[in-house]
Design a protein. Sequence first.
Length: 136
Amino acid sequence: MPIISIEALGIGFSFHDSEIYGKSGFHQMLSIDETDDNQAIVRQLLYLFRNNWEGQSIRNVAVYCSKLTNNTGRSLDLFAKVDTQIKTSKLNQIIDEIHHKYGFSKLVFANSLDKGGTALERAKLVGGHNGGNSYE
């Protein structure tokens, strides 16, 4: 998995809320320590979202990542346990290998199986859209 060092979050509001709040959404960017840890990336995106969203209806969400590099080594965090960092890295690598070999929908969080979970349905889409299957 590539290493990410800058990420951004774009949120577009519904037309109705754009008129009420006087803005169509927000776009925030954050430099982060290089990582390939999915949970660390999601934590930062949630941080951006929670600090900028004021309850508006959301029409679209965009996530941007830049300064991608190949994962050629591991820089350890001096403030975290080494064995925990290594275990997390190995777990992320195994999850990525399963997704690559068998597809995203074969390994999902349990809450994606609950009523209202969208991961399995969205895995069938291309960029959130039907992807040309509309005539089937």
